[in-house]
Design a protein around this ligand. Structure first.
Ligand code: SF4
Ligand code: SF4
Length: 165
């Protein structure tokens, strides 16, 4: 295909019209409201329902809610969840002896939260997970539970436990 280029006048060939057009656009932005933030000193307000890092929740009795059904492990697209089931004397019969989430793989899709039958896993509004070592991004059960004990919990479904319980 042959491309026919427009014929430029001598004035256009000096590039001044394009430069002036660009400068006009740049200066027009100086007087507009800023859309950037001075992160991390300034933070943005997250929308309600923001899906960030997944955490594990405990019930009001202090026990971890997970029954180790592994639905979240099967549904997780990047296979970021690893669960090793154990048996317990509690009515739920099974519990996660090990429960890891590789935050370096997690894409915050929320499938694990959607599929969990007992609302044991939940995506909270945390997103600052960068680290220089990828192994530090593999969160074990204790860490996931500790992160999940803090409010906010699911609105109207569960109250936050007191710190340290
Ligand atoms: S949010 Fe998505 S990617 Fe992350 S652990 Fe849950 S299912 Fe896996
Ligand atoms: S977090 Fe929920 S879906 Fe995942 S293993 Fe535990 S009970 Fe099952």
């Amino acid at each position: 295909m042959k491309v026919t280029r427009p014929e430029l006048s001598w004035w256009e060939r000096t590039y001044f019209p394009a430069i002036l057009k660009g400068m006009k656009l740049t200066f027009s932005h100086i007087f507009r409201k800023r859309v950037t933030l001075q992160y991390p000193e300034e933070r943005w307000t997250l929308p309600p329902g923001y899906r960030g890092q997944p955490v594990l929740l405990t019930g009001l009795d202090g026990h971890e809610k997970c029954t180790s059904c592994k639905l979240c492990q099967f549904i997780c697209p990047p296979e970021a969840i690893r669960i090793v089931a154990g048996e317990t004397e509690l009515a739920k019969e099974k519990f996660p002896a090990e429960f890891d989430i590789d935050m370096g793989l997690c894409i915050f899709c929320g499938y694990c939260q959607e599929v969990c039958p007992v609302e044991a896993i939940w995506l909270k509004d945390a997103y600052e997970l960068a680290d220089y070592d990828r192994t530090n991004l593999i969160f074990d059960k204790e860490k996931l539970l500790a992160l999940g004990r803090k409010p906010p919990y699911l609105p109207g479904r569960e109250k936050p436990l007191e710190e340290g319980r």
